[in-house]
Design a protein around this ligand. Structure first.
Ligand SMILES: *Cc1c(COP(=O)(O)O)cnc(C)c1O
Length: 501
């Protein structure tokens, strides 16, 4: 399998190169140039398999140039008992006859980012080896909260790598912030940025694309790479759990082989749901991919109208990991749905850059609508969904998953489609515990308590244990307390690199 850029001016090149580079030097994103196709027999064969075995089956065709033993090694190093607190890795919980929840938060940082970021460092280090790389890799991450911590956990003390994480100073929860600023490891840096996530992400992208910066870090023996979902190595492992969920539905007799299901995905950067799109292309029986947004509903508008317009107010919500107005991975979808027409993709992305919006042609819009459906939840609807889910099923969900459940109900009512549906649960309820506690408990119970006290309160209320990655957070020593302006980020990068030489 070879990879080329969505902008048409880079590649094709092998998986190891695409993963090492992260983003294509022409500004585009790497995509596989051929389709991988699985037969129904191959899907049925996954039923008795472990998550790790299913992962090898999905990753192998995308990782030409890596041996099966190497891929098995990545998978076992990533998805094991030390890192995941559930033997199924991504367990499927059935809420009723038609509705299941895919829990993607059993990893070390309690959000779905672990599914990819526990394996990416292994992929990246091996990719460096295979491409004869002599520089060390500097991972730059812009995070709305969850990616940062998951990347830090994945890359801490991994040889020949260093990692810098930038998060919007006021755009993450107390728990998320505590997780990041207490990060241990000799090769890590964590910085708060004055601005929102889009500002932070744009600045990181600008550093990646800056030739002078590239040269300056190269002089110090480093090369940039990305752990954001623009890296194919991050997207690919996410395809696995769509197949795994379907295999579990088959195993339980909830669907018959080849019967189509819906997946509902709480969406921000369009990475998670795009993995679902690739799964569908690969032959997984998927009817609709339901894109669940919060009030930053730029994707809902795009899917319903064909116009992507980021000229709108950025809203801070209680589902902060979805507070995004520029969904980078949509570029990959546009490339696939416009028959891999890099010229058109380039035009749309130029429009987005210059005017802040673009409109796709009718044929592309129809294609989008044939696969995707979308709606959004505001904070009030999100809070109600947490409460109703608990009352109805005795099941506690976080704010992002609640957005998914709310939009699922809208979908079912709006379309009458009641086929089996899987809602992807993207974070542990303990990760966004303040909102969850407020939704489930009375004001007297929660008043005056900070997020750390609420962790225990929520545990007592729900009978669920506080996940090990979140317990004791408040008492861990703070190791990172630098706050920078956007303009100071390049300087921070150079300082960080100099200190490592
Ligand atoms: C990152 C994240 C999302 C959004 O996922 P994308 O791949 O960016 O669409 C949703 N929920 C949680 C909890 C997240 O951490």
């Amino acid at each position: 399998m070879l990879y080329s850029s969505t902008r048409g001016n880079y590649g094709p090149l092998p998986a190891a190169e695409a993963i090492k580079l992260g983003i294509a030097p022409d500004g585009g994103l790497f995509v596989p140039i051929e389709r991988v196709q699985l037969s129904m027999d191959e899907i049925a064969a996954m039923v008795p398999q472990t998550y790790q075995e299913r992962a090898v089956k999905i990753l192998e065709p995308y990782l030409t140039g890596f041996t099966t033993e190497e891929i098995l090694g990545f998978v076992n190093d990533a998805y094991n008992k030390a890192s995941f607190d559930h033997p199924d890795v991504a367990p499927l919980t059935d809420l009723d006859a038609k509705l299941s929840v895919l829990e993607l938060w059993h990893g070390p940082t309690c959000a779905f980012k672990d599914m990819a970021l526990q394996i990416l460092p292994h992929l990246l280090v091996k990719s460096m080896e295979k491409t004869g790389e002599s520089s060390d890799i500097l991972i730059l991450v812009a995070t709305s909260g969850d990616t940062g911590k998951a990347a830090l956990e994945g890359f801490k003390d991994v040889s020949h790598t260093a990692i810098m994480v930038f998060y919007p100073e006021k755009g993450v929860s107390e728990v998320q912030k505590a997780q990041m600023v207490t990060q241990e490891g000799g090769n890590v840096g964590v910085y708060a940025v004055r601005g929102n996530f889009d500002d932070t992400q744009s600045s990181v992208k600008a550093i990646f694309g800056d030739a002078v910066m590239q040269q300056s870090v190269a002089d110090l023996g480093f090369k940039f790479s990305s752990a954001n979902s623009i890296n194919w190595g991050r997207l690919m492992p996410q395809i696995v759990y769509y197949f795994s969920a379907y295999a579990d539905l088959l195993a339980r007799g909830r669907v018959q082989l080849s019967e189509a299901v819906n997946f509902v995905v709480p969406t921000g950067n369009f990475g998670n749901i795009l993995a679902g799109f690739y799964a569908k292309q690969m032959g997984l029986p998927v009817h609709k991919l339901v894109c669940a947004a919060n009030e930053n509903n730029v994707l809902t508008d795009f899917i319903t109208s064909g116009t992507y317009n980021r000229n709108r107010d950025f809203k801070r919500t209680i589902s902060p990991s979805m507070d995004i107005l520029i969904s980078s991975n949509l570029e990959r979808l546009l490339f696939e749905l416009s028959n891999q027409d890099a010229d058109r993709v380039q035009q749309w992305m130029a429009d987005l850059n210059v005017k802040g919006y673009y409109t796709v042609d009718d044929a592309t819009r129809d294609q989008v609508q044939s696969v995707f459906w979308s709606d959004y939840a505001d904070d009030k609807a999100t809070m109600s969904a947490i409460k109703e889910t608990y009352q109805r099923y005795g099941y506690v969900v976080d704010t992002h998953t609640a957005v998914g459940l709310y939009v699922y109900n809208r979908y079912r009512q709006g379309t009458g489609d009641d086929r089996p549906t899987v809602v992807l649960s993207t974070a542990s309820p303990f990760k966004f515990n303040a909102s969850v506690a407020n939704a489930l408990m009375s004001e007297e119970q929660t008043a005056g308590r900070d997020e750390f006290a609420l962790l225990q309160l929520l545990s007592d209320f729900s009978g669920l244990p506080v996940p090990s990655g979140l317990s004791g957070l408040a008492s861990r020593p703070v190791k990172h307390n630098t706050v920078v302006d956007r303009e100071q980020m390049p300087e921070a990068v150079l300082d960080f690199v100099k200190k490592r030489r």
